[in-house]
Design a protein around this ligand. Structure first.
Ligand SMILES: C[S@@+](CC[C@H](N)C(=O)[O-])C[C@H]1O[C@@H](n2cnc3c(N)ncnc32)[C@H](O)[C@@H]1O
Length: 287
């Protein structure tokens, strides 16, 4: 690949997916895109770039997808899911007692382990949410990962990563070498393709937004812009959960960290209310 091919790909990926590649990631691009070039009967990356420049739209989308990192696993990092179960959902059950509905958005849902972990937590809450309307919207840029997520089929390796054995037994059925997530849990999650760089105001507002392990691939300006737009889709007393290597600090004034709850953020306007209403005391008692 020539330096100009690499520059072309860097610019295109930044514009299309927000991926911010440093100047020394040629090896990554080669390893991700060579299989795609071969599949398209092209001899290498220069020919792939040429085809893209000539207007190969489908191929360009495949390149963008191939460059996404889809690493995920059930109950990833555990603590955010503990916060969801012990603080966020109990708080919302009180706050939404009149309307009895909760909307959750999983904004870079990859192959489904994250939204389905959330669905299993809601299911485990049982009576506390009985009669409530709960909605989980799972979105991702990549159609490939969404299609896999919709099947609800996971390999032995995937179910061994983070999923407690009791949950495997309770919510999955073995099908040959794969595990099929039960239909009632699958039905709790709606899937939609969505690029976080594009407008998502049409999704409406959510009580909880998981936007984990995707901002790390963006540059500072893109992180800030996405966080500010995510804030507009967050209920005034809602919650944002970010990945372990992500934060709002120094990037957006729209959210503040929820004290003593690593990875959990609340709209800035809410923090004053939380303190005033002494909800933090409630949160501490629940953990
Ligand atoms: C590393 S995975 C994280 C999955 C999950 N949230 C987790 O923490 O386990 C990152 C996901 O972000 C998606 N992604 C990358 N850029 C995106 C964008 N601009 N808009 C929406 N999703 C994007 C990728 O397709 C990938 O599935």
């Amino acid at each position: 690949m020539t330096p100009s091919d690499y520059e072309y790909l860097r610019k295109l990926l930044k514009e299309r997916s927000g991926l911010d590649l440093s100047a020394d990631k040629q090896y990554l691009v080669e390893s991700r895109l060579m299989p795609l070039a071969r599949k398209a009967s092209l001899s290498g990356i220069p020919e792939l770039v040429q085809a893209m420049k000539s207007g190969a739209v489908a191929l360009t989308s495949e390149v963008v997808e191939a460059m996404t990192t889809n690493e995920t696993f059930f109950f990833r990092d555990k603590i955010p899911f503990d916060h969801l179960k012990e603080t966020v959902l109990p708080g919302l059950i009180q706050a939404r007692a009149a309307r009895r509905s909760i909307r959750i958005w999983c904004a870079a849902s990859s192959t489904g382990q994250e939204p389905y972990s959330i669905a299993m937590i809601l299911k485990e809450m049982g009576a506390a949410l009985s009669g409530w309307r709960t909605e989980i919207v799972a979105t991702d840029l990549s159609m490939g990962v969404l299609e896999k997520s919709i099947t609800g089929l996971f390999s032995q390796f995937e179910v061994q990563r983070g999923l407690p054995i009791q949950m495997l037994v309770k919510y999955f059925t073995q099908q040959g070498e794969l595990w099929q997530l039960n239909a009632d849990i699958r039905a709790m999650v709606q899937h939609r393709q969505l690029n976080l760089l594009q407008d998502f105001s049409h999704l409406g507002t959510f009580d909880v937004i998981f936007c984990r392990n995707v901002l790390i691939y963006f540059d500072q300006a893109t992180k800030s812009a996405v966080l500010d737009r995510v804030a507009r889709n967050t209920e005034r007393d809602g919650y944002l959960l970010l990945g372990a290597a992500e934060t709002v600090v120094g990037l957006s004034d729209s959210f503040r960290p929820l004290p003593d709850h690593r990875g959990v953020y609340v709209p800035s306007a809410a923090i004053a209310n939380i303190a005033a209403n002494n909800v933090l005391k409630f949160a501490a008692a629940a953990t």
